[in-house]
Design a binder for this molecule. Structure first.
Ligand code: T46
Length: 139
């Protein structure tokens, strides 16, 4: 997908497998199978103070799946024309975020944990952290 032409409609919720038994649930994620790309990096966000907003950037090439492992938060997706707010609050639901989409993460509940599976290693040059530059790059 050309990230210059991606839009919020290309981002979607992905149902992740759950193995349930009387002792609880387990979710195993295999890159390229349960996740639609090979996983190059995993990171997680936690201890977010109330009212904090994270994100505030787009990626040129990176694909990600964002999962709420515990608690809840919202992801605001923005393709420069349309914004869409997605609430995440289930550890078996991931949000696939395409390249070329601005994202903000907000309304973190107390104790929430955000897990992110990323298609590429951390590379600061892949970030667009200025919204006007994002619009210039996109259009
Ligand atoms: C995204 C949202 C959901 C690293 O050194 N390695 C890493 O893999 C990451 C993700 C970050 N960092 C450093 C870069 C900054 O100095 O950690 C610091 C905080 O990163 P950032 O301000 O980008 O964090 P968020 O929560 O605003 O954004 C992160 C991801 O960067 C981003 O790709 O989509 O989570």
């Amino acid at each position: 997908m050309d990230p210059h032409y991606s839009n919020v409609g290309d981002c979607r919720l992905v149902e992740l497998p759950q193995i349930r038994n009387s002792a609880g649930n387990l979710t195993a994620l295999n890159g390229g199978q349960d996740i639609p790309f090979p996983i190059a990096r995993v990171y997680y966000i936690y201890d977010v103070p109330g009212g904090s907003v994270r994100g505030g950037h787009a990626h040129r090439d990176l694909l990600q799946i964002i999962i709420s492992l515990s608690g809840s938060f919202e992801v605001v997706l923005d393709d420069g024309k349309t914004k869409k707010t997605i609430s995440l609050n289930k550890p078996n639901i991931g949000l696939l975020v395409c390249p070329g989409i601005w994202r903000d993460l907000q309304n973190f509940s107390s104790g929430s944990v955000c897990l992110v599976l990323a298609s590429l290693p951390y590379f600061e040059a892949d970030y667009i952290r200025d919204y006007n530059k994002f619009l210039e790059w996109k259009f």
